[in-house]
Design a protein around this ligand. Structure first.
Ligand SMILES: Cc1ncc(COP(=O)(O)O)c(C=O)c1O
Length: 388
């Protein structure tokens, strides 16, 4: 008797999730030989000294499982850096955990704190993993818009969204996709708003070292009322031009870290050992992250000057991150997503529609370019965009 093979059907936990716009636009960019200013990653190499540091760690035999929370030299390097920059001392032993990128850090924090029925506030437009992460944990997503046009937080709207069921709020500064940053005043307002509540803060600070025009990054670590309830998340991939290495970090008070690590332990358990040692040694020279604002600000200025001189796009401010948003109204009547497909196919430059960062695909005629690219790449893109 033959047995008919039978594949059971999965009842999707994420029925609304499909292929992301980043994958779609990158594939289209490759197919059309377009300059890819869509997805947020550098097209230039990292410092060879960082590769040497990882290579050396491998040759020293540092290739087996590290401690679950990350190798101590890297946790100490992070604790030292946060103290030097923000005046807050986290314990390397109990309050810093190394993760497989910021993405895993955020999911792990959400899984650690969110129970079915809990509400979690996201400020839209937001990074695309937040909403599926909350849904996977069984939470209810509460979407609050940043003010369209300026992308500033609307604290009245945030206050109105907080209920007795609110478990957490996700905040991201410098912000992807809008390239705005939160001021100290913004952070203090959030601190005041959350003070009477038990709401956790997940502070996504992956672009912490990309803040321009002499302004400071206002980490949640700087504000005691926020730090006491916060998972502060960053990404070595973004900071050191190695997005493919997928190494991140979360700093949180010991009681929060203890629960975070319970989930982390049975999820990834540990993160690439030689890369952690290499990063720790490389970070010993603070210039390697302190030089980053000047490095990216020069790219921002080159790209903005070109767009201003050559195109009819209206430029939004780029205060931080490595993104530049533009209003396309003067150039095209197409909706954002169609415009980006047309731009990739006909002009040869890929961009991302801001509507991709809203659950309801809200369209405000704004698209995002990434300027973490070689100057030559940016110049080629600008030459092509000059037709507009
Ligand atoms: C706002 C934001 N958070 C998190 C991440 C993910 O960082 P990682 O590559 O370290 O997982 C990104 C990457 O694009 C991002 O833009």
């Amino acid at each position: 008797m033959s047995i008919a093979p039978r594949t059971p059907t999965i009842q999707s936990k994420l029925p609304k999730v499909g292929t992301t716009i980043f994958t779609v636009m990158s594939a289209l960019a490759t197919e059309k030989n377009a300059v890819n200013l869509g997805q947020g990653f550098p097209d230039f190499a990292c410092d060879p000294l960082l590769v040497d540091a990882v290579d050396q760690a491998m040759r020293e035999g540092l290739n087996q499982y590290p401690p679950m929370a990350g190798v101590l030299p890297l946790r100490e390097a992070v604790a030292g850096k946060i103290e030097a920059l923000h005046g807050k001392r986290y314990s390397a032993l109990d309050e810093i955990t190394i993760t497989a990128g910021a993405t895993q850090a955020i999911l792990t924090a959400i899984l650690a704190i969110v129970r079915p029925g809990d509400e979690v506030i996201v400020l839209e437009p937001c990074y695309d993993s937040y909403i599926p992460n909350i849904e996977l944990a069984g939470g209810t997503v509460v979407r609050v818009p940043l003010v369209p046009g300026t992308f500033r937080p609307d604290f009245d709207k945030i206050a109105a969204a907080i209920t007795p069921r609110t478990r957490a709020i996700l905040v991201n500064s410098p912000h992807n996709p809008s390239a705005t940053i939160w001021s100290a005043d913004d952070m203090r307002k959030l601190e005041e708003l959350l003070a009477p509540t038990d709401v956790f803060l997940i502070s996504d600070e992956v672009y912490e070292h990309m803040v321009y025009d002499g302004r400071a990054h206002e980490s949640a670590a700087r504000f005691p009322g926020l730090a006491a309830r916060a998972f502060v998340v960053s990404s070595f991939g973004k900071t050191y031009h190695v997005t493919g290495w997928k190494v991140g970090v979360v700093a949180a008070p010991a009681a929060l870290t203890a629960e975070f690590r319970k989930v982390h332990q049975f999820n990834v358990f540990t993160v690439n050992t030689p890369v952690q040692h290499g990063l720790a040694r490389y970070m010993a020279d603070a210039q390697r992250y302190l030089a980053l604002p000047a490095f990216y600000q020069a790219k921002r200025d080159l790209f903005r000057a070109g767009l201003q001189a050559k195109t009819r796009f209206q430029l939004l401010p780029s205060e931080g991150s490595f993104f530049q948003c533009v209003d396309i109204s003067a150039v095209s009547d197409l909706p954002e997503a169609e415009f980006c497909q047309w731009l990739t196919t006909e002009i040869g430059v890929a961009a991302i529609p801001l509507s991709a960062f809203y659950a309801d695909n809200f369209d405000q005629r704004v698209v995002r370019f990434c300027y973490a690219k070689e100057d030559a790449t940016l110049r080629t893109a600008l030459d092509r965009l000059a037709k507009l």
